[in-house]
Design a protein around this ligand. Structure first.
Ligand code: ADP
Ligand code: MG
Length: 318
């Protein structure tokens, strides 16, 4: 549904997005994750035919963003970071305004359909200026999907929303996903990206990595087995643990009380955890609990973005 090849955009001498290669399949939810200024919004503008690339090209829903940006725009829906709604108009009037601008046919029926879907139909006669931010965001999404676009671009759809409103917007994205909508979701919220996206691209001017959330995690963060031990803790025990063949490395820390918390990197966590527990018990330790520590995607992200920063600084680029 989306294919970008060497896509780039500069503003004067400033490089906002550089040599972006990207393939997004129909029905896929693709997350563009990156810190502020990473080029997420610029990428959305490039892929929706709003601005022209300065290098490379892309096709979206079968149309080239260079040669047929107006055809691309007709096939995509965009939720921008600051969606403009008319606060004095009600929901129906807002959608009618945008629908007429786009010369949509069957508009009134479509408006009813979309507002019902987004659970806003019963509030349709109220000026949206009096609505909560969350409801306005739902209406902005209604506007983005009004023409039943093939691809939906959501630029930071939950930023600035309270947790309740953010949850309702996420639920909505999940529903759209279940209906087979192709979605590009920009966010700097890792948790959100992980929950909603099939694949994540980590962007910082360049696309640093693209993969499934699970694979990003597995590749970059080594799993740990966390064992909480009761007293006593001896240096002798510490030395013995270090010598066990299945222990690749470990860290131990006082847990505030009498006990100790061990974080152990095992050669093969699934196989070696029972052996670790057995060895600890035989060595006289009192095992209080054992848990797998799931490596956080946040770590992966910070490592990647941090490394990109170091590269840029090391290479002398501005
Ligand atoms: N029209 C523009 N003119 C000049 N610089 C721009 C323009 N649009 C974006 N930029 C710059 O490009 C970089 C990427 O911006 P943006 O795509 O908005 O990032 P993000 O959405 O990831 O926060 C920023 O440094 C921004 O200042
Ligand atoms: Mg942005």
């Amino acid at each position: 549904m989306i294919r970008a090849q060497g896509l780039g955009r500069t503003f004067g001498r400033f490089v906002a997005v550089e040599s972006l290669d990207l393939d997004v399949a129909e029905g896929e939810v693709f997350g563009l994750l990156g810190p502020n200024g990473a080029g997420k919004t610029t990428t959305v503008r490039l892929l929706t035919g709003v601005i022209e690339p300065t290098s490379g090209t892309a096709t979206v829903a079968g149309h080239s963003v260079r040669d047929a940006p107006e055809k691309v725009r007709a096939q995509v829906g965009i939720l921008t970071e600051t969606p403009g709604l008319y606060v004095r108009l009600d929901a129906v009037e807002n959608l009618r305004f945008f629908g007429e601008l786009a010369e949509l046919s069957g508009l009134e029926r479509r408006i009813q359909e979309v507002l019902s879907r987004l659970d806003l139909w019963h509030r349709r006669r109220e000026p949206v200026g009096g609505w909560s931010k969350g409801m306005r965001q739902r209406l902005a999404i209604a506007r983005a999907v009004l023409h039943a676009p093939k691809v939906l671009f959501l630029d930071e759809p939950t930023s600035g929303l309270d947790p309740e409103a953010a949850r309702s917007v996420r639920a909505l994205v999940s529903e759209l996903r279940a209906e087979g909508c192709t979605i590009v979701l920009c966010t700097h919220n890792l948790d959100e990206a992980e929950r909603l996206c099939d694949r994540i691209g980590i962007l910082k001017t360049r696309l640093l990595r693209t993969d499934t959330p699970a694979r990003l995690r597995r590749e970059f963060a080594e799993p740990r087995t966390v064992v909480r031990l009761g007293a006593p803790w001896t240096e002798d025990l510490e030395a013995r643990i270090a010598a066990w063949p299945f222990v690749r490395s470990f860290a131990s820390a006082a847990d505030g009380g009498e006990g100790r918390t061990l974080r152990v990197a095992l050669a093969a966590p699934d196989l070696d955890t029972p052996a670790l527990v057995r060895a600890l018990v035989e060595a006289g330790a009192s095992v209080r609990s054992v848990a797998d520590e799931t490596p956080s995607l946040e770590r992966v992200y910070l490592d990647l973005v941090g490394a990109a920063h170091d590269d840029a600084a090391g290479g002398g680029a501005s």
